[in-house]
Design a protein around this ligand. Structure first.
Ligand SMILES: Nc1ncnc2c1ncn2[C@@H]1O[C@H](COP(=O)(O)OP(=O)(O)OP(=O)(O)O)[C@@H](O)[C@H]1O
Ligand SMILES: [Mg+2]
Length: 271
């Protein structure tokens, strides 16, 4: 093997990230929210994003959801640019069609459950399968019922959002996101709008679903116990940059950065 082949060989062996941010910056009104962010997420990895309020966590998810364009830098999913597209040999700004295609790789669960109020649980799941994935309504509702079983709500398939607890609504929202089989699942503080006694059931459901699947997960959470349970890797953000990252044991159990220690102490004091 000559030197060039050796280099190519090595490059092929390296796992390619499913999601990558390369030098991504974003400002609002002159205030830098993301500052030349570099991060790679591997296929199947479960990554927790932690850090103080305003550190840019939700902005990262919004960029991946194609809701907010970065000011500079490149974001890729599966090696394909999200906010640009190929035009011959050139990269140009993505058009609506490209964004829609890339967006279909991404699922999201929000803090507020965002269920359709006029649809029951199974219709909430089936709707996107019909509209986005082109399933027949009957197939979509079968898939919906199976997923409701998996989140422990098989008996509530006909219930409307206003007839369910917050925890139940969030379990439907999780089932709906998973039903679309996204390559990347984004979760933003999915339990913070819930009564404390409902938090556990939602965390349990999310953990069971993602542990038994190969989906790549980015989860923003202020619940450090949950981050420890669900994440392979924790990213600690401050001022739009990663100040520290590693296994939950190291970042949460033995942080090396002073900013992480201060943040974890503040969370502990507040709980
Ligand atoms: N659309 C917007 N217009 C103006 N400023 C914004 C906008 N969206 C976010 N910001 C600002 O960007 C900064 C980062 O916001 P972001 O929502 O990413 O933080 P976060 O880490 O998710 O915080 P939290 O933990 O409070 O949810 C904040 O200062 C916020 O006020
Ligand atoms: Mg946020």
């Amino acid at each position: 093997m000559n030197e060039k082949q050796a280099v190519e060989h090595r490059a092929d062996d390296e796992p390619k990230p499913l999601v990558e941010f390369k030098g991504v910056s974003k400002s609002y009104n002159g205030h830098k929210v993301l500052d030349k962010l570099d991060v790679q997420i591997q296929q199947g990895e479960k990554v927790a994003l932690i850090g103080p309020s305003g550190s840019g966590k939700t902005t990262i998810l919004r960029i991946l959801m194609t809701l907010v364009p970065p000011d500079s830098g490149v974001v890729t999913i599966g090696g394909e640019e999200l906010w640009q597209m190929r035009h011959g040999n050139r990269l140009v700004d993505a058009d609506k069609r490209h964004l829609r295609k890339m967006r279909s790789h991404v699922g999201m669960v929000f803090q507020q459950f965002n269920l359709f109020p006029h649809m029951n649980a199974v219709q909430n799941i089936a709707e996107a399968l019909v509209q986005v994935r082109g399933h027949s309504r009957r197939d979509a509702e079968d898939i919906g019922r199976t997923l409701l079983d998996r989140v422990g709500l098989g008996h509530r398939a006909d219930a409307f959002p206003w007839q369910m607890s917050g925890g139940q609504q969030q379990r439907v929202a999780i089932a709906r996101a998973i039903a679309l089989k996204p390559r990347v699942l984004l979760c933003d503080e999915v339990t913070s709008a819930l009564d404390p006694e409902l938090v556990g059931e939602v965390q349990q459901v999310l953990r069971d679903l993602v542990e038994s699947s190969d989906v790549t997960v980015l989860i923003v959470t202020h619940e450090m116990r949950f981050a420890r349970q669900i994440a392979d890797r924790v990213l600690m953000f401050d001022n739009g940059q990663i100040v520290e990252q590693g296994s939950p044991e190291s970042v949460l159990g033995d942080p090396s950065h002073e900013r992480t220690r201060r943040f974890l102490q503040a969370i502990l004091a507040a709980s």
